[in-house]
Design a protein around this ligand. Sequence first.
Ligand code: BDP
Length: 327
Amino acid sequence: MFNKMTKTILGATTAVALLATSAVAEDWRAWNIHSDGHPNTAAMDLFAELVNARTGGEVNVEVFHGGVLGSQPDALEQVQLGAIDAGNFNLGPIGPIVKEANLVSLPFIFRDVPHMFRVLEGPAGDTVSAAMADAGILPIGWFDAGARSFYNNTGPINSPDDVAGMKIRVMNNDLFTGMVNAMGGNGTPMAFAEVYQSLSTGVVDGAENNLPSFESVGHFEVAGYYSLSEHLIIPECICVNTAKFEALSDEMQAAVRSAAEDASTFQHALWAEQTEASRAAVTAAGVEINSIADKGPFQAAMAPVYADYIAANPDMEALITAAQETE
Ligand code: BDP
């Protein structure tokens, strides 16, 4: 399926590539935390291929997979500085840099993934994108990252009380630490690369992520219980250093944008497939996946997280209401 979709998309690029004017070629280094076999890696490879083809070689993207260019918070700083040009970033770690991006990192703010995309494509999403662009991190494509759920090595989680007393690794954002702490747990920010080791040595009791990431980095080998709390539905972007993008001609900007859009469409299809494949793979490996009949108590436990957040960021309230009221 990869090949067929890739070919169709590449076939449509020839005409656009001919539009490319000859200017000095630039090389963009792109960050990706994932490795082979993860949908985002295939999508970032396609993005690079499409940019190179559609800009007629005027922009050459090279993607560095597996987080070799550094941790996500560090890489984001590098994008702001222009030392890294682009990448596939999760909006969670962007929140500490761009306040508006925190809209999508509030637990249970979205009803489901389609609701998240409707918000992103509406006025609230425009506000988030504009703030990111102002901070130097311009989103030009949106990836599906499903929903994040808790996993641990003690037992199934069915209520917030089951999280109480657990040390849970979270991505770098105070909202996530507050989220776990509000359930009586101990939210512990840590780089993604350190989570496997920390789970296996008991430095943390659990973590939270979507099924493809839970599988792809082997966390399922060291955390046998995956509980479908689906507490965070955070999109990811293909993001580019704003100044680098704006320095391109209009044609080149359109070519890069269309590459990001097609790579995103491709990613969405792969994501749906991979989520099911990962569910099957971890189940076959002995992981117990449990659904949670009533998520109400988890949502109720988030009341202080929202109250504290809005008290500290009163200007975010309108955006939060707009997201919640989006049909
Ligand atoms: C994955 C995201 C990646 C994050 C990672 C994490 O795709 O961007 O760095 O989770 O938990 O799902 O750190």
